[in-house]
Design a protein around this ligand. Sequence first.
Ligand code: ASP
Ligand code: MG
Length: 424
Amino acid sequence: MGLIVQKYGGSSVADAEGLKRVANRIVATKKAGHQVVVVVSAMGDTTDELLDLANQVSPLPNGRELDMLLTAGERISMALLAMAINNLGHEARSFTGSQAGVLTTSTHGRARIIDVAPGRITEALAEGAIAIVAGFQGINQETKDVTTLGRGGSDTTAVALAAALEADVCEIYTDVDGIFTADPRVVPSARKLKTVTYEEMLELAASGAKVLHLRCVEYARRYDMPIHVRSSFSNNEGTWVVKDHPEGGTNMEQAVIAGIAHDKSEAKVTVVGVPDRAGIAARIFQAIADADINIDMIVQNVSAAATGLTDISFTLPKTEGSNATTILQRIQGEIGFSSIQYDDQIGKLSLVGAGMRSHPGVTANFFSCLADAGVNIEMISTSEIRISIICRESDLDKGVRAAHTAFDLDADQVEAVVYGGSGR
Ligand code: ASP
Ligand code: MG
């Protein structure tokens, strides 16, 4: 007998039918002899609808109240799911994040889990019940207030609980069959991965792949908790996120590239005509950091000798764009640069694979396939196992498909089925 934590996303429990289908799966796992802890997201697009409502009553909703509102979404699904399981003749008990012992920092809207004290969950399991936990929420012990972990945070709840309970596996149920070599909506011939390593998954998630919450992968790596990402609409084996690819695995395609991620959520800021002196870049990025803005890529060229001036470009989330340009305008006089350019029509394309470390020529192949596809590269950044480029947003899908083919990732027949969800 093992202990399994299962997480069901919003599209898996979008309506009463979905809840009943999921209840059947949970009961089947229990009947197979396992102890089952379930983490559930809000039904369908509930979280977005609650956010819309909040924005209708206030342009800037209070953080504490917004968390109070949003956590209601998961409470609805957890209680309904417990009822559906009870109706199948099995005992299920639902718990809010705070009842389940999910202790977080106090930052509303993006709290981090500090500790999990799942006493009531172990109690319920010991008494033979199935425990259902509301995802994406916790409580701060100092303020005694309810918090949320940021959009998509239920994945992190699931892995954190799995680690605290020393579960055998954390299963993340979603509306696709696993993790694919690229987004199947852009690349219909995308291939399902059998395994992906924590470090590859971290790079993919940070580069825009939306299957798993970034922090959930960080958590899984820290506790070495295997994650099985699979569909709640089929019985197919999904993708295992683990420490290492199995020795001599059949995943030949992973020898070099595990997957391709793309991201349309960033914008580019260029500070034009910056004096090329020590301390100037520090001043610019300190101002940005003081506003709590996370930047991604940075490019600075050598200055033209005659002018002693250079340009600095960096990328950041589009949502921070106007904030960043306002801040830079404020220090323009002090630094003495000539202007600021803002461009939100960019796309980021990232190639990720642990095999890159030992395979020369990946960059050359990547750039030449982009050239053949007529995609112009505007910025480049790399890590040990990732190459990312910025191009025109309108060229992005074309670039993803070109790279997918160039690195032999295309499946012979279509493998990717998107079963549900609105993609919100
Ligand atoms: N319901 C929350 C959201 O939509 C949390 C989650 O689904 O993981 O972001
Ligand atoms: Mg959701």
